[in-house]
Design a protein around this ligand. Structure first.
Ligand code: GCU
Length: 696
């Protein structure tokens, strides 16, 4: 017995030693923190090409001697043919097998195309870095979505709109002559996730990015990204023929305008033969568009599509539109404008739709367009940067938010489904052209994303873009294992922190379906009282509609009838507050403060309980992070601890400011036991943050 105990203690001590941080970390290496190794396995390649060489180089960098020998080869190689791989892999999928090649134990990374080998190499590293066995490996995977794109909202002067990680990675000024090594590491990180497209510039685009000088700069970046399987795209300003070309109009049906775009596309493809195509924000928030000439979004998109079609390019046309002169509920406007155009877009157009109908809120019901445009390939746009979820500093893992929209049931088909994931991966309608985009959260911050945990959102986006069927929790486990340590004593608490973190933000900023309650412009911190902005739909009060009688936006038939944009079966459920998910209740209904919730509490009591739960979650996250201190390297631990302290302060601020305002309109006392706000409402209203980052 005594011996057994001392044995156990010995094992525990050696495990503890194993999880002690090995070297200083600043987050630069992201999740690609390969163990230090003095020698590498033998890496054999079927042939040398830029992409296959990139894959081999990554294995040399990361594999160490964890397996003896690796062969990277396409299915054209007889050694791969001998494996008799059953599944079709497509041009990006891979299979990885432990086997014998010429009598030697070998891990074969096999694919039909070169990019599959690149993704297979990263998958092998991920497998080992997350604690997978080095023997009897048998993995295969192929992406379900074709275009997996990161959208940079980066301006040509280096400012990143809604960026909280420093200035733009792209140093436009020194391009094309200087290639910053950052670009290479950025490409590696994206390739490790299977990202295959990058939009270089902001959707609020300047026409200058289409000038010869900037095309040359974009071409230099394309050259860096190409060996990593990544194509570049540009956001195009719709009025460019007028702004740059001196034409009198940008009318998409005008032959001179069409010729201008065709020539521009030819010019771009001469410099960048594999250019991906254009992303366009048109007739939204002041951007020019076909509507300026009395034309539809389809007219505009199809004109650009015709320009890039001869070169194999695509157009990603955004459905994020609402108008200052349209009094219709903002949540309805994109559907009203786009749904009638279903089937009218050219074959190489994707309509890019944000996950919800307003704007990347901490929680939104899925966008009704996902259930309403079967004849158009719809591309899902997610925001990786946390514009509305605490920006750079909060710890909010977005995996659950992404998963929630992907799994949302559109109720459009017979029986159940399709889900949003099945709409965007093309399986619902048999679309070949499919895509997903994430708005980047990277900049020149040493840790790329402004914090270690922000990196997880980039990671989660990439993994879900590859396979929208993965679970947010499984992705969090993978990420934590690679980012910190595969030891379950690290992974388990880190994943627990992550999995509750987004709901905490929902609870302390806008529970029960409230949304768009943030301060003006920079969008940081609370402002539910704001009602004086020029356009009604810019005001938080427009969304909360709080008054003495109740709170929430009536989107039933009696109100704006936004629920009428969903499939009938779903609309029926949403018409009744009793069958509306409580998490979306005030998005769809205006209810009395004493409305009885499922819990038996009144709506007011329930709201207060959610705000308190949000604050309590952040307090718990801090406690859990403190306990991890011995296992995490000092620099990354400290920064996260500091940021969690900021988040706790902000969570209390959101809770107190919101409650102070709700009490000013409902005149109700706080439920027993709830702490009063730290300040009066006037104090909260007086807070001002003119220099908050990311604000254009
Ligand atoms: C949000 C964001 C803007 C951005 C816009 C868009 O409204 O605050 O900065 O330009 O989305 O997606 O186009």
């Amino acid at each position: 017995m005594k011996r057994a105990i001392s044995l156990c203690l010995g094992v525990a001590a050696s495990l503890l030693a194993a999880v002690a941080p090995a070297r200083a970390e600043d987050g630069y290496r992201l999740w690609l923190r390969y163990p230090a190794a003095s020698a590498s396995s033998t890496i054999e390649v079927e042939k040398s090409t830029p992409i296959i060489d990139t894959a081999a180089a990554e294995l040399r960098r990361g594999l160490g001697r964890r397996v003896a020998r690796v062969l990277l080869a396409t299915t054209a190689d007889p050694r791969v043919a001998a494996l008799r791989l059953a599944q079709p892999l497509g041009d990006e999928g891979y299979a990885i097998r432990s086997t014998q090649v010429a009598g030697q134990p070998t891990v074969v990374v096999a694919a039909e195309g070169e990019r599959g080998l690149l993704y297979g190499a990263f998958a092998l590293l991920r497998h080992l870095d997350t604690g997978g066995a080095a023997t009897a490996i048998d993995l295969h995977s192929a992406p379900r979505i074709k275009l997996r794109v990161i959208d940079h909202w980066d301006n040509l002067d280096g400012f990143v709109e809604r960026g909280y990680a420093g200035r733009s990675l792209w140093d436009w000024w020194t391009l094309p002559e200087h290639i910053d090594p950052l670009y290479l590491d950025y490409a590696r990180a994206n390739a490790s996730l299977g990202i295959n497209g990058i939009v270089l510039n902001n959707v609020n685009a300047k026409a200058d990015s289409l000038t010869a000088a900037y095309i040359a700069k974009a071409a230099a970046l394309a050259e860096v990204l190409r060996p990593y399987g990544i194509k570049v795209y540009l956001s195009a300003r719709f009025s460019a023929p007028h702004d740059l070309g001196g034409l009198a109009t940008g009318d998409p049906l005008d032959p001179a305008v069409r010729a201008w775009w065709a020539a521009k596309a030819d010019e771009i493809y001469r410099a960048i033969p594999d250019f991906g195509g254009f992303l366009v924000k048109a007739n939204s928030e002041g951007q020019p568009g076909p509507g300026d000439y009395g034309r539809t979004h389809a007219d505009g998109a199809n004109m650009l599509a015709a320009a890039v079609a001869p070169h194999g390019g695509v157009v990603m046309w955004r459905a994020f539109v609402y108008s200052e002169v349209n009094p219709e509920d903002r949540a309805k406007q994109a559907y009203s404008e786009f749904q009638p155009l279903d089937g009218k877009f050219a074959d190489n157009v994707l309509v890019q739709v944000k996950n919800g109908a307003i704007d990347f809120q901490p929680r939104e019901p899925f966008h009704p367009l996902f259930g309403a445009m079967p004849r158009t390939p719809l591309m899902l746009e997610l925001q990786i940067t946390k514009e509305y979820l605490g920006q750079g500093t909060s710890l909010a893992y977005l995996g659950p938010l992404f998963e929630e929209v992907l799994n949302a049931n559109t109720y459009r088909g017979e029986g159940s489904g399709p889900t949003v994931a099945q709409v965007i991966d093309g399986s619902a309608e048999g679309h070949e052209l499919t895509g997903i985009a994430g708005v980047a959260n990277v900049g020149r911050s040493r840790d790329w994303s402004g914090s270690t945990f922000n990196q997880a959102n980039w990671y989660a986006f990439g993994r879900l873009a590859w396979d929208p069927g993965l679970s947010a929790e499984a992705i969090a486990r993978e990420w934590a294992a690679q980012t910190f340590s595969p030891d379950p004593r690290v992974v388990d608490p880190v994943v627990r922190i992550m999995m509750g973190s987004r709901e905490a933000v929902v609870d302390y900023t806008g529970p029960l379906g409230l949304a768009h309650q943030m301060a003006t412009g920079h969008h940081y911190g609370p402002g539910p009282w704001i009602a004086d902005l020029a356009r009604p739909e810019w005001n938080p009060a427009y969304y909360n509609r709080a008054d003495a009688g109740g709170i929430g936006f009536d989107r039933t038939k009696a109100g704006s009838d936004a629920i009428g944009q969903y499939a009938p079966e779903l609309a029926r459920l949403l018409a009744d507050p009793r069958t509306t998910p409580e998490s979306e209740l005030l998005w769809f209904h205006h209810l009395a403060w004493d409305f009885r919730m499922a819990s038996g509490r009144t709506l007011w009591e329930e709201l207060v309980a959610h705000y308190d739960a949000g604050v309590a979650s952040v307090v718990d996250m801090r406690r859990a992070w403190d306990a991890l201190r011995p296992q995490i390297d000092a620099e990354r631990w400290q920064k996260t601890a500091d940021f969690l302290a900021i988040e706790e302060r902000d969570a209390r601020w959101w809770r107190d400011a919101s409650l102070a305002y709700w009490m000013s309109v409902n005149g109700l006392p706080l439920p027993a036991g709830a702490a009063p706000p730290a300040h009066d409402l006037a104090w909260y209203k007086a807070q001002s943050y003119p220099y908050a980052p990311g604000n254009p």
